[in-house]
Design a protein around this ligand. Structure first.
Ligand code: NCD
Length: 357
């Protein structure tokens, strides 16, 4: 099959692969590397932190809401959003409130950010106002690391540019486990052995894809990437182990237990011209495609979904779809992350020796 998308630009490379430094504060979650144990945790398994977060998410979700609301009563959390968001913002906010915390939302369109205030000054202002943790979404890759450094507060990365979205990868993992490993209460590097997850669409611009590509193979899954060259440069398979490219969507679907569809990120295309009819012909998930090539697969999508483009409405609402389960799981995972942010002690820092900044 020939490439289905015409580009007016030279092929691009992915943003730097993560030799990403780890968070300094043990309550922070800046990238998937923070979840995977470094040399200082040599006694534990690589996946211990992930197992602990999944465990707390399950516990907090099932806890009596009245008792749960005492856990972080009156603690202060700021949500700092420089990009629009529905699911991530709302679920972080509901998660923090479910634990009793007070939250405040600062968004770029209704704050002094609009007047040109820097991320540093905004972070210091929030800290002076009593914020004990900051949840940040920002269009620039790396912004959460800067914010953590200047404030010293735990920071949760709610999506930084084209880089990472670690809480989304965790809620995707929780959803995958519920589909394929029901009843499994702990995870290891073997938990997803034999599982193939196909991610299809605009992988180049997707922080969700990147975080999943780093997280899922650590649990044994094989990740198949699918999409046209302008949205999926061949170098993507070099991000880490367990990642393979298959540009033919029908072939990619065969043997996949999980199919994760991604939106074309129009706001980040920067002049790239796509022939949408060809794109739909080659990469749209339809009921016919699923029936022919992956009749038992579960469909994931981080949202927002664009019905009629990367998938049909029939598929979005159909029996394969786990999209709303992902949304629900987001609140549970984010309760665990918010609790971790405010209860992890800075003394037990897990920064790797070379990672301290
Ligand atoms: C994604 C994001 O913002 O990275 N959505 C999300 O957080 N659930 C994906 C997207 O914008 O397409």
């Amino acid at each position: 099959m020939t490439a289905a998308v015409h580009s007016t630009r030279a092929p691009r490379t992915l943003p730097d692969a993560p030799s990403t430094p780890r968070a300094t504060h043990p309550g922070s979650l800046l990238g998937v590397a923070d979840l995977l144990s470094g040399p200082q945790s040599a006694h534990g398994a690589q996946t211990d932190r992930i197992a602990h977060i999944l465990d707390r998410a399950a516990f907090l979700e099932s806890e009596n809401p009245l008792e749960r609301a005492h856990r972080l009563a009156k603690r202060k959390i700021a949500l700092l959003f420089y990009e629009s968001s529905t699911r991530t913002r709302t679920s972080f906010e509901l998660a923090a409130k479910a634990l009793g915390a007070d939250t405040t939302l600062v968004s770029s369109l209704s704050s002094s950010i609009e007047k040109g205030e820097s991320l540093k000054d905004t972070g210091l202002t929030l800290r002076a106002l009593g914020a004990e943790a900051i949840i940040l979404r920002h269009p620039n890759s790396g912004a959460p690391w800067l914010l953590e450094e200047v404030t010293g507060l735990p920071v949760l990365n709610a999506g930084d540019g084209m880089h990472e979205h670690p809480s989304q990868a965790l809620l995707d993992l929780l959803t995958i486990l519920a589909c394929l490993r029901p009843g499994v209460t702990s995870v290891s590097s073997e938990t997803l052995a034999g599982v193939t997850v196909t991610i299809t669409g605009d992988i180049l611009h997707s922080r969700v894809a990147r975080s999943n590509m780093l997280l899922l193979p650590a649990l044994g899954a094989s990740v198949r990437l699918c999409g046209p060259e302008p949205l999926l440069p061949a170098v993507a398979s070099e991000i880490g182990p367990g990642i393979h490219l298959e540009r033919n969507f029908d072939r990619a679907l065969v043997g996949s237990q999980i199919v994760m569809m991604l939106r074309i990120q129009a706001e980040r295309l920067a002049g790239l011209q796509l022939d949408l009819d060809e794109y739909k012909r080659d990469y749209q998930l339809t009921a016919e495609r699923l029936a022919a090539h992956a009749p038992d697969a579960h469909l994931l999508h981080p949202g927002p979904i664009i019905r009629g483009l990367e998938l049909t409405a029939e598929v979005a609402d159909g029996p394969h779809s786990r999209i709303l389960d992902q949304v629900r799981n987001g609140v549970a995972i984010r309760m665990a992350l918010v609790e971790r942010a405010l209860t992890a002690s800075p003394a037990s820092t897990h920064a790797s020796p070379g990672g301290a900044r």
